[in-house]
Design a protein around this ligand. Structure first.
Ligand code: ADP
Length: 156
């Protein structure tokens, strides 16, 4: 039988407890989730793509339903490559909703792929990668904003 695969695309710079929670809650819906770290050559990154992939992979070593990859180019092309019929995204507040709606429309129009949106748990609604980066840049402890057990090794 064909597997139901979802691609969860994002910058994940870094992967936060909010992202982690979306994957945990989506796992019962799919046979497999491919976490796809997008390579954005125009954006100065906090963590190298390889480091992001490595850190995310370390969370799922015992979970064969989760695969972690990086991709260049269009998200829908990455989805096709990995056999995903769905895109998974998270929505925190209204601003996310508008943005995600446009993205979902475009992706459906160009590829037929449907986007599955999950609302963030209220306790994670204020967490974003940019907040984590900001706090880290001032040397604050960000452990509570990252998935349990995740360690970041930054380039220096
Ligand atoms: P992008 O640069 O593609 O927006 P992000 O890494 O910022 O990538 O986010 C990937 C997805 O995770 C997006 O759908 C975003 O709305 C969602 N997301 C980000 N932070 C959270 C959070 N705290 N809780 C739930 N979903 C989140």
């Amino acid at each position: 039988m064909e597997q139901t695969i979802a691609l969860f695309p994002g910058s994940f710079d870094p992967y936060t407890i909010g992202h982690y929670s979306i994957v945990e809650r989506a796992l019962p819906l799919f046979d497999k989730i491919v976490i796809a770290v997008g390579i954005n050559r125009n954006k100065q990154s906090f963590l190298d793509v390889e480091k992001r992939v490595e850190a995310i992979k370390s969370l799922y070593t015992n979970n064969e339903k989760v695969e972690v990859i990086s991709y260049d180019g269009l998200t829908v092309d990455a989805a096709k490559k990995y056999g995903a019929r769905f895109l998974l995204r998270g929505v925190r507040q209204v601003q996310d909703f508008e943005y995600e709606r446009n993205l979902a429309e475009v992706n459906r129009n160009i590829s037929g792929l449907e986007t599955i949106l999950l609302y963030t748990l209220p306790e994670y609604g204020h967490i974003s990668s940019s907040i984590v980066r900001e706090l880290a840049s001032y040397g604050k402890d960000i452990t509570g904003l990252l998935p349990p057990g995740m360690k970041l090794h930054r380039k220096e």
